[in-house]
Design a protein around this ligand. Structure first.
Ligand code: SF4
Length: 337
């Protein structure tokens, strides 16, 4: 017997059905997709995106969503990590009968993460990687004319991000991070069908269904700050599982004061990507790299509220298994993914 989001104790077959139909309800209640849409599933090879690909394929067939699904993977160029996880995604392409598009940092930016880490070391690598990945996903989706991107971010990821944004005082991101669909006003919209799905349910679903996913952690993962938030949430969950959903609800109910200035979106003068500055973050970082001054784009400034990073490090996640008998979690999925 296993338990699902609704706290019922059910057999495996009923767990699968309940799990899938809970996702279906989230999709319908939140109008995540329209018939005929071409939807890119952000596929890292990890358990979240693998379960997402599996469940969306199944629901699309069962409920006649009429979606044109495909997998979109980003190859950051991390030897011993992404090359292996991409092999998993290539197998998923065959297993689910969904076409795969891979976009690499090397082709978009002229740099792999291996090369970037050689330049900058292991301190700010995730800042570069997260900024580049977010843009790469949009560019890949544009290349294949996608209408929407679906990502596998789950309730635990979102609750962690709510906490991190509070800890950082990042009101603009706090307002955005709980939205189930973002980017409707500019770039390709992104949605999170697993917004209300606990990570442990996803792990159980992947495990009992024997899905083919990759669970090695990125060799460049630091994870210190997010790890703290994750541990805190896992401790809370032990005492009261609903704490995760309650944190998300709290994030949803925060209202942004009218005196809080949110950045206005424009277009990067250099590459045309959406940006609230003259140059987008990726162009700033790339310029520093190409000039042999990689720290240029991540210099620290002293503002009215004290010292802060000009470019916020992206948040990275790492699975923490709650049940020791199940296989270990997921590779990095920056929350910008
Ligand atoms: Fe990129 Fe994630 Fe690895 Fe950091 S941990 S380098 S964001 S893949």
């Amino acid at each position: 017997m296993v338990s699902c989001n609704s706290s019922l104790k059910v057999c495996k077959e009923c767990f699968y059905l309940t799990f899938e139909e809970e996702i279906h309800k989230v999709i319908i209640d939140n109008h995540l997709f329209k018939p005929g849409e071409r939807v890119a599933i952000g596929a890292s090879g990890g358990k979240d995106s693998t379960v997402l690909a599996h469940v969306l394929t199944e629901l699309n067939r069962r409920h006649n969503y009429g979606l044109d699904l495909f997998l979109l993977s980003i190859d950051e160029g991390i030897t011993g990590y992404r090359d292996d996880s991409l092999e998993t995604v290539k197998r998923n392409e065959i297993q689910y009968g969904v076409p795969l598009k891979v976009v690499s940092y090397k082709s978009l930016y002229g740099w792999t993460m291996d090369e970037i880490v050689k330049e900058i070391g292991l301190k700010n690598n995730c800042t570069f990687c997260g900024v580049f990945r977010r843009q790469a996903l949009d560019r890949g989706a544009t290349m294949v004319e996608a209408d929407k991107i679906a990502t596998g971010h789950n309730a635990d990821d979102i609750a962690e991000t709510v906490l991190l944004n509070i800890l950082r005082g990042d009101i603009a991101r706090l307002g955005r991070c709980t939205q189930i669909t973002t980017g409707e006003d500019g770039s390709i919209p992104r949605c999170k069908p697993f917004k209300y799905t606990y990570e442990k349910e996803i792990v159980m679903y992947a495990y009992f269904k024997k899905l083919d996913y990759f669970s090695t952690e990125c060799i460049y993962s630091p994870n210190a700050y997010r790890g703290f938030a994750r541990d805190f949430i896992k401790d809370l969950e032990q005492i009261r599982p609903r704490a995760i959903l309650d944190i998300i609800r709290s994030g949803e109910n925060f209202s942004v004061s009218s005196s809080t200035k949110l950045p206005e979106q424009g277009i990067c003068e250099r590459c045309g990507y959406i940006s609230s500055q003259k140059w987008c973050k990726a162009c700033v970082l790339l310029d520093g790299l190409n000039r042999g001054l990689p720290k240029l784009g991540i210099s620290r400034t002293r503002g009215r509220r004290g010292l802060k990073l000009e470019i916020e490090p992206p948040v990275t996640t790492e699975a923490e298994m709650q049940q020791k008998e199940l296989p270990k979690g997921k590779p990095c999925t920056s929350l910008d993914f």
